[in-house]
Design a protein around this ligand. Sequence first.
Ligand SMILES: Nc1nc2c(ncn2[C@@H]2O[C@H](COP(=O)(O)OP(=O)(O)OP(=O)(O)O)[C@@H](O)[C@H]2O)c(=O)[nH]1
Length: 454
Amino acid sequence: QKAELTKIKYCVDPKWAPYEAIHNKKHEGISKEYLDIISQKSPLTFQLVPTTDWHQTLEFVKTNKCHFISMLNQSPERDHFLTFSDVYFHAPNALYAHYDQPMIGNLSSITTQSIAVVLDYRLYHYLKKNFPHINVIAVNNELEGLEKVEAKEIDYYVGSYYSANKIIQDASFSKLRIVGIAELEDKLRIGVNKHSEFLLPHLNQAISKISEQDHQTVFDYFKTTNFVHKTDYTLVLGLACFFSAIFIILYVGYSRSVRFSRALASKNKKLKALHAQLDAKNKQLAELAIRDPLTMLYNRSHLAEMINQQIKLKDRYNKRSCLIMIDIDDFKQINDTLGHKVGDDILKNLSNVLIKCARNSDIVARWGGEEFVLLCPETDIDKAILLAKRFQQALQEMKSEACPNVTCSIGISELHTKDSADEWFISADNAMYQAKAQGKNSISTLGNTNKVST
Ligand SMILES: Nc1nc2c(ncn2[C@@H]2O[C@H](COP(=O)(O)OP(=O)(O)OP(=O)(O)O)[C@@H](O)[C@H]2O)c(=O)[nH]1
């Protein structure tokens, strides 16, 4: 007998906070507090059989899967399968409507309007029986009823004052208000199935021992406890917003920098090309600065620089080098008879012949007018004479109808130690004048003149 009093299986309404609810398969709410008190004041201990909704709860108690339901109203329908304990908790029922509806006071004021009530709640049967003219609409739970009233799909909702208020607060319904009190008060009891009536004396005895202090303790408990377990998404949402913002900022920054980099790369490419062009132009300019514009041979200033350089090399390494001074014979006459244009062509052709005859290391320059100078490094006087002769020979081969025979007087001077640039140059110039004086078309080394045979 005593074993039958322990681990008594019971069911609750899993969605009726704050009266009772199941969270993580655990019973919580007002009925849980009262069952704890009843357990303390009796030999009974209890074990929850979790259910998913009120209908299953009723089903389980009818099929003896649980011995009792912890908290419910007595009704004639329920009397068929339950035996009720004494009342241990009183709660009013209220009428809720959209806030633009007038106060109606009580159920008697409702005529043609619709009213929502949870199916199988005692109120449902009560309304059907006592207010047959009212359009009673059954809803599956309190939340659904209140939602439909706020959406104005149904005119009123009637239900437990405590639980409806809790839902309104937790679901943040802002358009609902109490417009009356239902005359039917909730008198909540334990409903024991017909197979478990042996429990009733123990239950009632314990209920009779519940003191005012006990009731106050339970009331204080449900006043301060939140039975609706909602996930707080504020932090998650905040973090999501924060990281989204960071992502957007980074993405925008990245896109900008990619665009900027591309623009920069394209600008750099153009700049590089411009630099290359500029370099080429500068080289061209630098080259032009040392070239004679007509013949493109080196000009007088570059030759002067090269002569100085050669003198330094002589001082340092005693290198032998020669200057060959070339002056076209009777060029004035050529100009006068054939014209300035032919004169220019002769100057250009002669320059090409000079370049062909000279070595790459030689400096071929136009001194001015019809005068040319060859600076020949690493060349002694004999080699310079050979070069001059080779040139004169090539000059003869250049002769054509358009370009008549052109001869040159050539003076050669080898660089001597302690010679200045001027002395060396004058020496070559003097040799050239000596060649002129001795009949032109000849090579002179000052004191030694070779007549070219024609
Ligand atoms: N076509 C052309 N003629 C030039 C150029 N520079 C100088 N001349 C001419 O070259 C001629 C040089 O004449 P001269 O100094 O009398 O010398 P030359 O007639 O060669 O007589 P010799 O030196 O005694 O053989 C002048 O008529 C100048 O006008 C040039 O760039 N082009």
